[in-house]
Design a protein around this ligand. Sequence first.
Ligand code: CA
Ligand code: CA
Length: 185
Amino acid sequence: MNITNTAGRTTAAALLGGVLALTTALTTAVPAGAAVGVVKDPAGDGRTSFKSGDVTKVRVKHGPKALRIAVSHAADSGLADVYRFNIDTRPKVKGPEWVIGTGIEVEEWRVFRADGWTGVDGEPVCTDGNDIDWDAERMRLVVPRGCLGSPKRVRVNLVTSNDYPGTPVDHAPGKRKYGGWVAAG
Ligand SMILES: [Ca+2]
Ligand SMILES: [Ca+2]
């Protein structure tokens, strides 16, 4: 019996240690004051003869002041000409509330009120420069939360295209689908 008890205590201690280690890992993985969500998308599903804009990952960091978005692409692909981020903030209201548009030629992002999944309503409410990492082929944006009505949480859909007004090349995580909710940190 003593042996069994000892084994039981050892196992419990090991499990507790594992839980504590996991908690520490989760705590250190996310910087204080920011929540991070990752939208994954397969490589090789870009619908184009022109190998650009095949998205593999959209990282969304929702901090107290800004939404930071970074888009990664398939190794044999590269940056798209045009990006349309459909941003949902109110699930009870059909469709996305906001659109963030950007591209490699305009070198800036613009926030619009969304008109469904493909249109925009009126003039941009905010605009600023984008931050492209050409070596890593990552599109990066930092958008103040105030431009999006300071939402408590967001979920993101991305459509890439290589022309204007935008024949879709890739949808992440899918056509008219969003990634998971990312609460403000
Ligand atoms: Ca893809
Ligand atoms: Ca909505």
